[in-house]
Design a protein around this ligand. Sequence first.
Ligand SMILES: Cc1cc2nc3c(=O)[nH]c(=O)nc-3n(C[C@H](O)[C@H](O)[C@H](O)COP(=O)(O)OP(=O)(O)OC[C@H]3O[C@@H](n4cnc5c(N)ncnc54)[C@H](O)[C@@H]3O)c2cc1C
Length: 466
Amino acid sequence: MASYDLVVIGTGPGGYVCAVRAAQLGMKVAVVEKNPTLGGTCLNVGCMPSKALLHASEMFEEAAHSFAKMGVSVSAPKLDLPSMMNFKQQGIDGNVKGVDFLMKKNKIDVLKGAGKILGAGKVEVSANGSTQTVETKNIVIATGSDIARLKGIEIDEKRIVSSTGALSLEKVPERLLIIGAGVIGLELGSVWKRLGAEVMVVEFLDRILPGMDGEIAKQFQRILEKQGFAFKLGTKVTAVDTSGKTLLAKVEPAAGGASETIEADVVLVAIGRVPFTDGLGLKEAGVALDNRGRVQIDPHFATTVKGIYAIGDVVAGPMLAHKAEDEGVAVAEIIAGQAGHVNYDVIPGVVYTTPEVSSVGKTEEELKQAGIAYTVGKFPFTANGRSKVNQTTEGFVKILADAKTDRVLGVHIIGREAGEMIHEAAVLMEFGGSAEDLARTCHAHPTRSEAIKEAALAVGKRAIHM
Ligand SMILES: Cc1cc2nc3c(=O)[nH]c(=O)nc-3n(C[C@H](O)[C@H](O)[C@H](O)COP(=O)(O)OP(=O)(O)OC[C@H]3O[C@@H](n4cnc5c(N)ncnc54)[C@H](O)[C@@H]3O)c2cc1C
């Protein structure tokens, strides 16, 4: 029987990164993966394919609407959807191959098949009717998440799709109805809107992007409406009639009331994701779940069974690839006897639309609720030189700092490249920096990042360009 220091079940960003870090620390490591390819949700049906389609569709949109005003005259772009899907697939393949390479480079055994925990120290791997059992000192569960479903609405991945189906539609739907105004719904809505679909988003809550700063979310909604998105907030979809050529979605106010029917060609169910623990044998092994079906862990990622740990989407916390990666590194270091740690107060979040939305730290709503006195500094991209010359002036930077100490508690950006810009705020916050630290840091001119410096100056009411 093969024997390891660590067996990681699942090769998403949590699992494969954990395996690499453990191998770097001298452990003998194997990963178990039930999918034909490594990389998990993120590489195969999540972050990577969605970003490839967001990029390609943005170029399509720019060629049609932005080139001419810059004096670049091209004939109207034509959509070749199969080629766009091929572009997406090449991106996936390249990244998946990269993970294969990392496994080889770090001498990590890849055990293809479904992993089941037989108890502390034993993992069974089954594929195509055959099984093997391996021994291991430690197990990390990194089995990720699955799409959340709506009762009574059957996903067929053709007409009623999850994010997975929405990444591979064979033609642009005339009318796309999206259930859920979260990150995934708005990103995929943007892709199909740019390619020609009419997009309507139905959201149960009375706002979009729940959890993000309310002021930013409001501005974002206005921008998306200008792009042609239609929103029905405080509304729920209760059924979808699939009997005819056109889908008929029954919607009603979230609080109850008269229902109406919305016609659509494709319905995207994007109401979130749920932890995935099917077939792992957790109950028999004594690994407890919390009340939301996530693997229960202590602050050191240890489950209720000694030698078994869990990380990523399958445990509590934001379902984000970089959170899973950082937990993967931390748990490998803890197993190796080091002090692995993740700072959950500084995990950036990004919506990769145009404009992008990014945030790190506390929202204004969270600070109010916690009773923390804060000061706000804001700076619009309309007053940023680089944004003006590029004519991409939508959005603003918002910095929230502690009223007493000036320590930065949250940064929220809506605007082009916001997803890249957020990281200087993350580094500042990791070091417990103040708005004044940020304001006194020299920023290259002309860059969009100067808007962050100006927002930091605005915390002290001394922005220069406003
Ligand atoms: C459309 C979409 C877009 C997204 N975009 C972003 C983004 O831009 N940025 C971001 O940070 N996050 C994004 N996410 C979320 C991100 O994909 C997840 O947070 C991340 O993949 C979680 O990583 P993980 O390692 O915990 O699990 P996963 O990536 O879900 O990987 C789990 C792996 O475990 C395997 N597995 C499960 N059970 C078993 C078993 N019993 N035996 C063997 N293998 C098993 C699965 O096959 C899978 O490969 C997106 C998600 C979606 C759906």
